[in-house]
Design a protein around this ligand. Structure first.
Ligand code: AMP
Length: 547
């Protein structure tokens, strides 16, 4: 590794850079495998060589320190190579959410000032559509495996060919740990997408802290070097929660599933013996409700569920299948992991029903994460299991701002805390529990109702497959709660509004929801609208039902 010349007596200024994450697996498990679908497998030793080759190939295309490399791909070994080679060169990796609209993609590519784009051939039509309006992109590299699609664009290289042809040693610079390593965009409810960005140091500390939380405590979802890892949250979204970096650090076997197709995911879990994954509740729901899953043994599969609340109904269905699932929480701005709902030692022997009460909580802060709840006056609130406030955070791995957008960063960072926009309380055991997004709280008659709690309770009805609660404008009360419900196929058209209401009434009787929180309207729908990252799209629901 090249760098400055040291004088005798001058100590080495050790920098926490992504390059350093590779040292341990190359020593411990150089022959461990990294697998891509049912198409390709290689060892960590070869992975390392391909990182060097990719860096040489990119340098050959003109990529230099400070440049931005945009990647559009499914979850693949190629993406993992980019996770390392690009930042290790001192360039910035821009992971593209290809589910955004072409206009949003165009905006983010211009805003990030992408210099080069590496794109899976499936997404070339998007690039063609926006090409004339791209301001900074100079080169295009295509990634394909099942034959190239026709394109009008000038292609500068094909990924496999350029990597294959490149030299297998690259002299990576000894970077400052504060060098920007990655960037990507989050779409809020209003305004243009916002860019978040993370340094080498932040990604490394995030990987270490998350590794400690999932690996060092006794937990049903323990993740260690002997596990087989497969992500099921896209690598474009917060670096697949940063877990690929920690999986590499652990040197465990890794499986990259490409495009998410339920049959392929299940096939890989079974044939590659995957033991550890993470996904949003929507994907887990899809897997758990598939008739195939009921016939196979998934009892070796552990999965962290995040990105949205994990309902009791889904948690029970999952644990009853033998799958160990627990909640994790974070957001794009937080790299992302802030909490994981590990069980404490005295809870490990609880039965499934009581375990699911704990693991659907938002969780305990991971090491080095300082979390609190704050009132509107900026004062920190007590952890008494009742008082709710905005969840605020301080950790070494939070985005320092929004990229080139300090104005909007003022809502994110103030009073020295990062403001998550989530409402939560902390119970007496120290577990955080998110009750809502600030903007999704249902405000009725001057009181707040947690939409997540309503969803959690209604999910326990035997006929309910999925549910989403929103506030509907009401002249008298301000808002009234409404729940959109997807029924399980076997209960289609068999449940009425009144039945749902009387089911929810029992939670009023036992004090779980106040009387004014009882929804008076249930809408049976075929599907709940989802956002580009698979979360419930409450804006779309409010537009549909809020009039
Ligand atoms: P994103 O930036 O798209 O990853 O979204 C982050 C938001 O997702 C958070 O601010 C929360 O509102 C929500 N979220 C993530 N994890 C959880 C969780 N475990 N429980 C409830 N909401 C969550």
């Amino acid at each position: 590794m090249s760098g400055k010349i040291y004088q005798p007596g001058e100590s080495y200024h050790y920098q926490l850079t992504i390059t350093k994450l590779l040292m341990t697996p190359l020593a411990y498990s150089p022959n461990q495998e990294i697998v891509y679908r049912d198409k390709f497998r290689y060892t960590y030793k070869d992975f390392n060589i391909r990182i060097h080759k990719l860096a040489n190939a990119l340098a050959g295309l003109g990529v230099k320190e400070g440049d931005t490399v945009c990647v559009f791909d499914y979850d693949s070994h190629r993406y993992l190579e980019c996770f390392f080679a690009v930042p290790m060169m001192g360039a910035v990796l821009h992971t593209m959410n290809w589910r955004l609209s072409p206009d949003q993609i165009l905006y983010t590519m211009n805003h990030a000032e992408d210099d080069i784009v590496l794109i899976n051939s499936d997404f070339l039509p998007i690039l063609e559509e926006i090409w004339d309006k791209l301001e900074t992109v100079k080169k295009v590299v295509v990634l394909y495996e099942d034959g190239m699609v026709e394109t009008k664009l000038k292609i500068d290289a094909v990924y496999e060919d350029m990597v294959e042809a490149a030299a297998d040693f690259y002299d990576f610079p000894d970077l400052d740990e504060n060098t920007r390593a990655t960037t990507f965009y989050t779409t809020g409810t209003t305004g243009a997408p916002k860019g978040v960005f993370f340094s080498h140091r932040q990604l490394v500390i995030h990987a270490m802290s998350t590794a400690m939380m999932v690996g060092s405590y006794d937990s049903p979802c323990r993740f260690r070097s002997s596990d087989v890892y497969m992500p099921i949250t896209p690598m474009f979204h917060v670096h697949a929660w940063g877990i690929p970096y920690l999986a590499v650090l652990l040197g465990c076997k890794q499986v990259y599933p490409g495009k998410y197709e339920p049959e392929m995911l299940l096939k890989l879990i079974l044939t590659e013996k995957v033991t550890f994954s993470h996904c949003v509740p929507t994907i887990l729901h899809m897997l758990v409700s598939s008739p195939v899953v009921k016939k196979i043994d998934l009892s070796n599969w552990k999965v962290v569920i995040g990105g949205a609340a994990f309902s009791k109904g889904l948690a029970k269905a999952t644990w009853d299948l033998g799958i160990k699932a627990i909640t994790g929480y974070g957001m794009s701005e937080t790299c992302p992991v802030l909490t994981i709902a590990n069980l404490k030692e005295d809870m490990l022997g609880l039965d499934n029903d009581r375990i699911t009460d704990v693991i659907i909580k938002t969780g305990l802060p991971i090491p080095l994460a300082e979390l609190a709840i704050m009132g509107p006056d900026g004062k920190l609130l007590p952890h008494d299991g009742e008082t709710t406030g905005e969840l605020v955070a301080r950790t070494p791995w939070l985005t320092a701002s929004y990229f080139k957008d300090e104005e909007r960063a003022k809502d994110l960072w103030h009073d020295g805390w990062l403001h998550t926009g989530d409402v939560a309380y902390v119970d007496t055991e120290g577990y955080f529990k998110i009750t809502d997004r600030l903007k999704d709280v249902i405000k009725t008659g001057g009181e707040w109702i947690s939409s997540l709690e309503l969803e959690n309770l209604v999910s326990q009805h035997q006929a309910v497959s999925e549910a989403a609660a929103i506030g509907i404008p009401d002249v008298k009360w301000g808002e009234r709660p409404m729940i959109a419900v997807v029924l399980k196929p076997e209960f289609k058209d068999a449940v009425t509004n009144d039945e749902m209401k009387s089911f929810m009434m029992k939670f009023v009787d036992d004090g779980r929801i106040p009387k004014y929180g009882l929804p008076d309207r249930f809408e049976f729908v075929d599907a709940i609208p989802k956002t580009s990252v698979g979360k419930i799209n409450k804006i779309a629901l409010r537009e549909r039902f809020g009039k």
